[in-house]
Every structure is written in C-alpha cells, then in structure tokens.
Design a protein around this ligand. Structure first.
Ligand code: GLN
Length: 469
C-alpha cells in the first residue's frame, strides 16, 4: 500500500476503503524506523497515540458516516509537529537540552485545531534549538540530514519539518517562520512552505522566539494542501491578541501583476537560483500574469534590522527559562542561544538602545511602508528563498555571519508581517532542490494559493520524494 500524496486523495482512499488509517500509520512508522536513524528528523515518535487515532478514524469511516470531511476536513492526514509546538502530555523540547524533560499541560491552538480536524499526529520534529538557525545544526539533538543528499543540510530552523516530508515519513508538517524557517527547509527539501500573515494564525502554545516576527505555518506536498491546512489553523482563538480576521478581498478574475525587485537580483545570488527564477517568471508570463520590475531600496537593511530586533526579543523571551518554572538550568543553553541573549541584551542596554534597537525599529517601519506601497501597485512579489541551493553540513556552522546571510531574502516578509508562499521548482545541476517565494499583501493568502496552484499546473509540478535505500 502506498498512501496518496494529497490530503484530498488520501481522504478519498480512506473513505472508499482502499486502505485504512492504521495502514497509513504502519506505512509511515515503517519508513521512519528504516530510515530516520540516518536522517534524524524526529525527536519523539507518538506511535501509541497515532494508532489510537487511526483506529478511531477507521471506526468512524466503517460506521458509514456521510461526508465525514464536513466535520473533519483533514481526516486521516498524518502530521508531525516541529518540537516548538506544545503538545499536551507529549514532551516538547524546542530541540534544546533546557527543555529536555518538559511535558506541556496543554496543546498549542494549532495542534488542538489540527487534531480536532482529524489529523493523526505521528511525532515531534527536530529543529535548530529555539528555532535559532538556518541549517538544523544548532539542535541539541543532533543535525538533520537532507534526504535528497545526506551531505547537505535540509535548511533550518524547521529542519525536521522539511526532511521528514521529503523522506515521506508523514503528509504534513508544521513550522515556525521568524525569518525564513518554514520557507528555507521547504525550499531545500522540494516542498511547499507557507508563512502566513503575522496575526492570522495563533502563536498560543508555541515556544516563542521573537514575538513580533514569529509566524506559525506549515509545509506540504502541494499548494492545495497548504490552503486546506491554513483553513483549519487560521483565525482568532481568544488567546493571541495580535490575531485579526482578513480584510483582503481577492477578485479571482483580476489580471494579476507580479513585481520583480531589482535589488534582489544582484551580486551574491547563485546563478542556478537566478536562472531558475527567470524560468519561473516565464511560466507566469505564459499564464497571462504581468511581470514588472519594482524597487525596494531599503530591503538591503532588512537582515541587519532583523539581527537587532530578533536577538532583543529573544533575550527577553528566553528570560523565562530560569530553571525554576521550566526545565533545566540556564547552563544548558547552547552557544547560539547564548550569543543571541548577549547580543540582545547589548542592543537593549542603556546607552546603546537608541543607536541600535530604536534605529532598527525605525528602519523596520520604513521597510514595511515601502513594501505596502509596492503591494498597492503589484499583487505579488517574486523572490529567491535563499541566495544559494542547499549547502553542505558543516559549511557555515563555524561562521555565524555567513549562516545569517542565508536569510537575506527571508527577512522582508517577517519584518513587514506579510504572507509568503515558497514553491518548489527545479533542481540544480547537483540534483538539489530549487524554488522561489511569492509574497503578497497582508491577508492575501487566497491570492497566493491561487497563483501557486496555477503555477503548479502550468509547470507540470508533481510532488517528489527523495529515494532512500
Ligand atoms: N535563520 C533565522 C535565524 O537564525 C530564522 C530562524 C527562524 O525563522 N526561526 O534567526
């Protein structure tokens, strides 16, 4: 039995009895047991709970419930959560030894909603500790390998979320994106990565990294699946006060315009990434989408601004792990978390606050209004996810600045709070995954999904998995 790749086909197969939910769990657990020793994408496997849920689903279907998807839109979707998502009764580590033994007393809103919608949780995924990183190598539980080539990183910080999907260990994974942590691993593992509008998906019950930038999203095999999951996770929950409902109106018949920021295609971008985006732009043109050059002159400061605001918020958020309420002592923090606590405390300290933090906040406002203005003239912005294809494990880990530069194209969406959809497209000559991202105005996710789906169709996209032996 081979499970279908999309959420919809999977549900249809379950409903028509082609396979049972327990067979699905058997299939994925078998692959995890065979291959994850090498890849290291999971921190915890929730085998018993997965079988229990699968048996419940099989019973529901055998009782002949009509259209179970009305109540359970994601019925039978096998999911794994980045280990930053609080799961009631199941260890949640944030991939840090500080939270080695932490068992949450409640579920994150997103976990609660996805499980209620019928998802089968199969486990918790490895990532950079506290989501600090771009390669997965900062995990206190060991690095994760890219299933497409074990010498390479799957991208971070949601390293396990990308790798486990590429290895076909499950059907959907979740991630957090503070500056690319969903889009980068999706891109490096040939998966769809979706970072929603800041304020559309609840942060309640997610270990906070930098609260004004954290977006809660997911990785899927198709754009349609990304929409299905978002329809379940989005919307106010009464806990996260930054949540709003959408005020964006999408006219399906409108001729769309995509902006190409001239500042994004300059020195430093790898030729294979650039040539590949040019091909993607041609496909959009074939679709009747108008493409125009745009300018975002202040985005060149985005990464510097991010690396001031983010550590400032990190240093404050990590203050709660004081060895009293949660977890182990502060000695258990790894070197990357320590670096950020020190940097963050420095930029917030008196005498330096105005020169660094306050200035960065002002530049953030300029970037945000620049992006907002451009998005009044075009519907979406196309950009690389990262300047290079996947890089080798070990290549950047001893040079934090080099690692930080991986996020140069990610920062804009987080600083401006806009949604971004990372779409897999093409492979490098080393057979490593490539792709691009599409950003849109706040709450324009439906427009992005629509564009993404059209692109998938026109480009002949098929979900692909790494072949493992
Ligand atoms: N790679 C970035 C960092 O190290 C972003 C991480 C993230 O999005 N969680 O801060």
């Amino acid at each position: 039995m081979i499970p279908s790749v999309s959420i919809k086909d999977n549900l249809n197969n379950l409903k028509s009895g082609n396979y049972k939910a327990v067979n699905l769990v058997d299939y994925f657990l078998d692959r995890i047991n065979k291959f994850d020793n090498n890849i290291n994408s999971f921190i915890t496997i929730t085998e018993n709970a997965a079988y229990e849920k699968a048996r419940w689903i099989d019973k529901l279907i055998s009782e002949g419930t009509k259209d179970p998807e009305k109540e359970y839109p994601l019925l039978g979707t096998v999911i794994a959560f980045k280990d930053l998502f609080l799961t009631k009764g199941v260890r949640t580590t944030a991939a840090s030894k500080v939270l080695d033994n932490y068992i949450p007393a409640y579920n994150a809103t997103v976990v609660e909603r996805l499980e209620k919608a019928g998802c089968i949780t199969i486990g918790k995924l490895n990532c950079d500790a506290w989501a600090h990183g771009s390669s997965g190598e900062n995990s206190d539980f060991g690095s994760t390998k890219n299933p497409w080539n074990f010498d390479y990183t799957p991208g971070g910080s949601s390293s396990g979320s990308g790798a486990s999907l590429a290895a076909q260990f499950c059907q959907v994974t979740t991630g957090t994106d503070t500056c690319g942590s969903i889009r980068l691993p999706a891109n490096y593992c040939y998966k769809v990565g979706f970072k929603p509008t800041y304020g559309s998906v609840s942060r309640y019950g997610i270990v906070a990294m930098a609260s004004s930038l954290d977006s809660i999203g997911h990785l899927t095999n198709t754009v349609e699946d990304a929409r299905r999951v978002f329809n379940v996770t989005k919307g106010p929950d009464g806990y996260d006060s930054t949540l709003k409902t959408s005020d964006y109106i999408f006219d399906k018949n409108k001729k769309l315009r995509i902006g190409i920021p001239k500042e994004f295609f300059v020195k430093g971008i790898d030729k294979s990434v650039e040539d590949n985006i040019k091909k993607a732009i041609l496909i959009f043109k074939d679709l009747g989408v108008e493409t125009v050059e745009i300018s975002l002159p202040h985005t060149k400061y985005g990464l510097s601004v991010y690396y001031i605001i983010q550590p400032a918020e990190v240093s404050s958020n990590l203050g709660r792990y004081d060895g009293i309420r949660y977890g182990n002592s502060r000695d258990s923090f790894g070197s990357e978390a320590k670096r950020r606590i020190i940097l963050g405390s420095f930029v917030l300290s008196s005498g330096y606050y105005d020169a660094y933090y306050l200035k960065a906040m002002k530049v953030r406002t300029i970037i945000k209004s620049e992006v907002d203005d451009v998005l009044k003239k075009v519907d979406a912005i196309i950009a690389p996810v990262a300047p290079t294809p996947p890089f080798k494990l070990g290549e950047k880990i001893n040079d934090p600045l080099k690692m930080y530069l991986t996020d140069i194209y990610a920062a804009t969406a987080n600083l401006a709070g806009i949604p971004s959809l990372a779409i897999p497209f093409g492979f490098s000559k080393e057979s490593l995954p490539l792709g691009f991202q599409l950003m849109g105005p706040r709450f324009s996710e439906e427009m992005l999904f629509n564009l993404g789906e059209k692109f998938e169709k026109e480009s002949g996209y098929e979900p692909k998995f790494a072949s493992l032996k």
